[in-house]
Design a protein. Structure first.
Length: 283
């Protein structure tokens, strides 16, 4: 179940793209200052899940977290009620055969056997977003993975930081349910081989901290249309940036969100600049 939960955040990052953007420096960590802030805050771009051998956490990231009073991720992982909602969202009381068409069922059954050597009966009571999450997990070329949000959470706990989220599980799940339907899962399975290549390239760009090139790569996702981009990225970014000023005014805050939310004219960095904040890379 832990892999179910963490994979959803990987999928959110994979399903993010941009159509035009201002060039940014290669950096995952950005300092936010000015506009009346007494202490700086930080925003860090995560990849949500990564193979253990590719994981890195440098001193500048750890120092920024250490200097902050609060860790805020996309959702609040320390809220047990929210985590229960996450678990429930990945399950369905209605059997799979009653939720999808016969053509979809037959195609899914064939692809699961061909691509993953899995029986469709394993997904009988798994929601559509849960199925998509499992398929995305299979795109990672390793068994042992790390989740940046969880690693940051552990470090923040040791530092006795406060915790919060930029959105609720219900808000995040609604976006996923709107777009991660059975057709999306079938498409993910059909492209599973090429998706592995895309995952490797995404990880390589992430390790180079090239947030704009990550956006270029994600633009190639065949299942990302204009409405999905609007819902997954633009709307959520704007909602987050509306909340961030009040949070930063009261406490020095370390925000950790998917790296694909940083770049582009619709990205968190540019939206903060538009509000009058100084946003600079911590290289």
């Amino acid at each position: 179940m832990k892999k179910f939960i963490t994979t959803l955040f990987t999928l959110t990052t994979v399903l993010t793209s941009a159509f035009s953007f201002a060039q940014n420096e290669d950096s995952l960590l950005w300092k936010i200052s000015g506009n009346g802030l007494e202490k700086p805050s930080y925003v860090f771009g995560t990849i949500h899940m990564i193979c253990e051998e590719d994981y890195f956490m440098n001193d500048k990231i750890e120092n920024a977290l250490y200097d902050s009073d609060v860790l805020i991720t996309e959702i609040n992982f320390t809220n047990m009620e929210e985590m229960m909602l996450m678990q429930q969202a990945m399950q369905s009381e209605k059997p799979l055969k009653e939720r999808i068409s016969k053509d979809q069922f037959d195609r899914l059954q064939s692809l699961l056997k061909e691509k993953l050597d899995m029986d469709i009966s394993m997904f009988e009571n798994v929601s559509e977003s849960g199925i998509a999450s499992l398929i995305t997990l299979k795109a990672f070329p390793c068994e042992n993975t790390k989740v940046y949000e969880m690693e940051l959470l552990q470090k923040a706990m040791l530092g006795q930081k406060q915790f919060n989220g930029l959105e609720t599980v219900s808000e995040q799940m609604q976006v996923m349910q709107d777009h991660l339907n059975m057709d999306a899962s079938i498409k993910l399975l059909e492209e599973l081989g090429s998706t592995e290549d895309m995952t490797n390239e995404m990880v390589s760009l992430y390790k180079k901290q090239s947030i704009d090139k990550l956006l270029d790569l994600m633009k190639d996702s065949s299942y990302m249309d204009a409405q999905a981009y609007e819902d997954f990225v633009v709307t959520r970014n704007n909602n987050w940036v509306k909340k961030m000023p009040e949070l930063m005014k009261t406490s020095s805050t370390f925000f950790a969100v998917g790296a694909a939310h940083l770049g582009s004219n619709d990205g968190v960095l540019q939206l903060l600049r538009a509000l009058g904040y100084k946003v600079e890379a911590v290289n």
